[in-house]
Design a protein around this ligand. Structure first.
Ligand SMILES: Nc1nc2c(ncn2[C@@H]2O[C@H](COP(=O)(O)OP(=O)(O)OP(=O)(O)O)[C@@H](O)[C@H]2O)c(=O)[nH]1
Ligand SMILES: [Mg+2]
Ligand SMILES: [Zn+2]
Length: 304
């Protein structure tokens, strides 16, 4: 028996990296079962497993430190585990080509908060920005830094300020996310030139969302650590939020909510709401409040 980490899972087959760096294409033993969650994939990228290298069969799963799941819909009983044993997530965004909506950032951050996974926000393609776009990037940086997130500005193609993200990724297992075209594969290629991942591959910008059958894959970094490249963000967006708890996942709203008159305030139109006062007084960014409302009031089907 040998030990390894699952670096790719395509439904029935699992690519396992062993401790000496060799790769094995494995399957699960017929009666393999994981107690607890009902999932479509009992083993996921990031899982630590025991396997039989001779027969290429995974025989046991090491208990997970954490994992993120996605459900096909809020009504679906079965979930898919996207990745396991994560130290952190890195969300790559851009101000242009493509432009990442702030609501998209906020949904990602709230979901990560719900899983207690720290997020580093990275604004890429700074080489393309005019003064106005750079000002917007700086504004995003300052808003999220004030909340408590780490925010970096980089250019992956021009090799600008890549030392910091490189340092933050070292020896960690990181989920790399962001919508199609923001430069995830480009960044990974810079950090590990031996990868030569396809970039601008564009199964594409325009078709984003069609190809939900693509799979996350884990790549080793030369200095130690792993990055899991995910296809778009769709896998990360759906979580069973309890309506009363959504504001817990907006740290700055959560902090101020303690001052609301009613302990069960949803910060909608209740009297004595400290959150709405803070929005009116610019102590909470209005777009963050709008993102909160959109999750609170959404038709769940819309964001599937
Ligand atoms: N100017 C500029 N272009 C960049 C930068 N980073 C990436 N690009 C370009 O953006 C395009 C998309 O990059 P990818 O790395 O394929 O994007 P991705 O996030 O992996 O996209 P998907 O795999 O579709 O999710 C490519 O043409 C890259 O060359 C950058 O810092 N500056
Ligand atoms: Mg890519
Ligand atoms: Zn309130």
């Amino acid at each position: 028996m040998a030990k390894g980490i699952v670096i790719k899972s395509t439904g029935s087959r699992y690519r396992v990296l062993d401790e000496s760096g060799n790769v094995h294409e494995c399957v699960l033993r017929g009666r393999f079962r994981v107690s607890g969650v009902r999932t479509t994939n009992p083993v996921a990228v990031g899982d630590h497993v025991t396997f039989d290298p001779g027969e290429s069969i995974i025989t046991a799963l090491t208990p997970r430190r954490n994992y993120i799941i996605r459900k096909a819909s809020n009504l679906a009983r079965e979930s898919q585990v996207i990745a396991a044993n994560l130290d952190q997530a890195m969300l790559l965004v851009t101000v242009k080509m493509p432009s990442t909506p702030v609501e998209f950032i906020d949904r990602f951050l709230a979901t990560a908060e719900a899983y207690r996974i720290p997020v580093i926000l990275v604004i890429n393609k700074t080489d393309l920005y005019c003064d106005e776009e750079m000002a917007q990037a700086c504004r995003i940086k300052s808003v999220y830094e004030k909340i408590g997130y780490r925010v970096l500005l980089i250019s992956a193609t021009e090799d600008i300020d890549l030392k910091e993200p490189e340092g933050l990724l070292r020896d960690k297992t990181t989920l790399l996310s962001g919508n199609s075209g923001v430069g995830k594969s480009t960044l990974l290629n810079r950090l590990n030139p031996s990868l030569s991942l396809r970039t601008a591959s564009i199964s594409d910008y325009h078709e984003q969302g069609r190809h939900i059958t693509t799979f996350p894959e884990m790549h080793p970094l030369p200095g130690g650590g792993y990055v899991i490249d995910t296809p778009g963000i769709r896998g990360f967006g759906v979580i069973d939020f309890d309506r009363r708890e959504i504001y817990h996942f907006f740290p700055e709203i959560f902090r101020i909510a303690k001052e609301c008159r009613f302990h069960n305030c949803l910060h909608l139109d209740e009297p004595g709401c400290a959150v709405r006062d803070a929005v009116a007084g610019n102590r909470i960014e209005v777009w963050r409040y709008k993102s909160y409302l959109s999750i609170l009031l959404e038709d769940n089907e819309k964001y599937r």
